[in-house]
Write a protein that binds this ligand. Sequence first.
Ligand SMILES: NC(=O)c1ccc[n+]([C@@H]2O[C@H](COP(=O)([O-])OP(=O)(O)OC[C@H]3O[C@@H](n4cnc5c(N)ncnc54)[C@H](O)[C@@H]3O)[C@@H](O)[C@H]2O)c1
Length: 266
Amino acid sequence: MGLLQGKRALVIGAGSGIGQATAKLFAEQGAQVVCGDLFGDLSQGTAQDITSAGGTAWSVVLDISVKTQVQATVARAVELMGGVDILVSTPFGNISMALEDLAEEQWDLEHAVLAKGTLFAIQAAVPVMRAQKAGVILVATASIFGDYGAFTHPAVFPAYGAAKGAQEMLIRVSAGMFALDGIRVCGVQPGFTLTQGAIKGLEDLGVPVDGFVAQAGAGMPMGPGQPADVAEGFLFLASDYASYINGYCLPVDGGSYAARFGRLLA
Ligand SMILES: NC(=O)c1ccc[n+]([C@@H]2O[C@H](COP(=O)([O-])OP(=O)(O)OC[C@H]3O[C@@H](n4cnc5c(N)ncnc54)[C@H](O)[C@@H]3O)[C@@H](O)[C@H]2O)c1
């Protein structure tokens, strides 16, 4: 029997990368999954992969930065599955820009997807989970960028880091606020993970993946992660094995967080 047998999961950002791997792993572990994404062809692809493998999944299109769309998605998930036991949010935004050059619109866009999106997901999920007296809300944050920021070339992400910090604070505040309703709220902090989003982010900077990894050196002790590695972190936190873990963000980064100053010593 799977770790999530009988559970009903909504994964937002399920069309690619970490969200896709999480949706698939949850389905393998017995959950029904509603796959939400900004791009319908991507969420549809993930849902089809799950159903082809014998699982149960549906596809929904939404923009997590639009509150009414998040509310409608949660309502649709309830309609399809009868409730939502687990909500996972993984949309990416990764505008790289030196702080002095960062335009207000870029700041707003990053915060709309990451910070407001997380707020809207929590706001939409809580009433459903409160009525069930149970639920888990999980957010992909970022290990080093969310806690310490990053200021070395080529990875200069002031808006991303600030929005990731906002996500982490929302997790902590919500965890305390909704614990008595039976709702846990946690985060997973991926290290550098080989996804379309991360690779495109580096390409936009004109940085090859190999060069980035080489530059990280001892600061990335186990090298880059795979989406499936991070999905396992989500699985653990979603499962009953994490039933007393609330309000924390779990780094799944091959030791990058622990070794964040490694590059200075290498
Ligand atoms: N990949 C990494 O190295 C890494 C490292 C640290 C943190 N993270 C975080 O993990 C999460 C997932 O990253 P990924 O690498 O899998 O990204 P990805 O780009 O491969 O996948 C993100 C998915 O979210 C969808 N999406 C984007 N904007 C959306 C929106 N407004 N509404 C709904 N869906 C939207 C995209 O279409 C895509 O399918 C992100 O929050 C990212 O910041 C990733």
